[in-house]
Design a protein around this ligand. Structure first.
Ligand SMILES: Cc1ncc(COP(=O)(O)O)c(C=O)c1O
Length: 403
């Protein structure tokens, strides 16, 4: 099985007492290894992270301020206020046209922490999770930090372009120690969307084998056609082995607020509630008030975010495929990333991304950060002001012309 290109863990030096090797062995995050090259250089255009430059809208910020003023400064409900859980249940029921009860919903301090806590519930030492890649790197690190094995299953690159999941091959990666299939759709970094038919196949397999599906749907609304990407929530029954991760970070421009949610079977709620208690007790109540208003009044804003990203996407789609050495770029149908190859760089993907920071003053993420099979690929986030995206393209053109 192909191994991901790994970067050595940082040199920590000696600790005064024992620290778990599963934790010290976590490699340096490759995106960080690129961004550190800039060392506070303000002239670099940073397209390496998964974040737009759009500030959280005023109506959300003001709600948090008002909640703080009104005294929302105490411990709150660990799985989220009844108001926010109810609003989430209504939001998803409306979006997916199927009743989703509030007892299946838990508010979490971000999508990231939902992933951590779900895996804390699922993995014993030596268990494995099969992770569909290329994918945002943190899920694999969580699995490793918990003493599990992150087992990759790479999407197939189609000769005509685009990505495809080979479900039969994925099934072959599972064994008696497989506790979860981690699937991120819409996908970061490729923009690939898991089709409804394959959701059905994965669901049938998970039921039959008693394996959890952890479906990371944080880009569910970041689609350029339609209202949302196909979701496991459209097909799963309440007691199916399906755990959904979602977040306010992307579609509501709330990355710094650290608020997301999970959907799970009702009886899983108490487990997750315990994990929330042991990790951070509750999401701050003023943040939950803001998240509630984001859901209830934020639909126009979600639409504006998509239009904003579409503009960035169009600039990239017009320019990037025409740059020297750029290959295999397709306009993504979802998420806010361009994922593309630069010919001749596969043996030095991380180094080339670092070189681009120094020479082009543009920060991109190296494909090797996202699992095996993406050597020579790069990801950039186009959820930025049109002039920023255009200038990044100018700079890339200069650097790639000199390559
Ligand atoms: C695929 C994916 N899942 C989860 C997250 C986590 O989002 P957050 O922790 O901000 O909610 C991200 C953030 O980049 C992501 O790209």
């Amino acid at each position: 099985m192909a191994e991901a290109a790994r970067v050595a863990p940082p040199e920590y030096g000696a600790f005064p007492a024992y620290v778990r090797p599963a934790v010290t062995g976590i490699e340096t995050q490759q995106i960080l290894a690129v961004s550190q090259t800039a060392l506070g250089d303000k002239s670099v255009i940073p397209l390496w992270y998964g974040e737009s430059d759009v500030p959280t809208p005023g109506f959300i910020r003001k709600t948090a301020e008002a909640a703080l003023e009104a005294g929302a400064t105490f411990y709150s409900h660990k799985r989220g206020t009844p108001e926010l859980r109810g609003a989430l249940a209504d939001y998803m029921s409306d979006l997916y046209g199927r009743g989703i009860a509030a007892d299946r919903v838990s508010v979490t301090a971000s999508g990231m922490s939902a992933i951590m806590m779900l895996f804390q519930c699922l993995l014993d030492q030596g268990d494995n999770a099969v992770i569909v890649c290329p994918v945002w790197p943190n899920a694999q690190s969580v699995v490793r930090a918990l003493g599990g094995e992150a087992r990759f299953h790479a999407l197939d690159r189609m000769p005509e372009g685009g990505w495809r999941l080979d479900v039969e091959a994925l099934k072959q990666k599972c064994d008696a120690r497989t506790r979860a299939l981690f699937v991120n759709s819409p996908n970061n970094p490729t923009g690939w969307v898991l089709p409804a038919e394959q959701i059905a196949e994965l669901l049938a397999f998970a039921r039959e084998r008693g394996i959890w599906i952890v479906a990371d749907e944080v880009y569910a609304r970041m689609v350029y056609e339609g209202r949302a990407a196909p979701s496991f929530l459209e097909q799963a029954e309440p007691d199916d082995p399906v755990l959904i991760v979602n977040s306010f970070s992307k579609s509501w421009a709330m990355t710094g607020w650290r608020v997301g949610w999970a959907v799970h079977p009702a009886n899983f709620g108490d487990l997750l509630g315990n994990m929330i208690e042991f990790n951070y007790s509750c999401v701050p109540p003023f943040v939950m008030a803001a998240a509630e208003v984001a859901l209830k009044e934020g639909e126009p804003f979600v639409g504006q975010m998509i239009d904003y990203c579409r503009t960035g996407r169009d600039i990239v789609a017009q320019r990037l495929p025409n740059l020297p050495h750029v290959a295999d770029f397709e306009t993504p149908e979802a998420s806010f990333y361009a994922f593309f190859r630069v010919e001749g760089t596969q043996a030095r993907t991380l180094a080339f991304a670092q070189e681009l920071v120094r020479t082009a003053k543009v920060g991109v993420a190296p494909g090797t950060a996202f699992g095996p099979g993406a050597e020579g690929w790069y990801r950039l986030c186009f959820a930025q002001k049109p002039e920023t995206v255009a200038e990044a393209m100018n700079r890339l053109e200069g650097a790639l012309t000199r390559l």
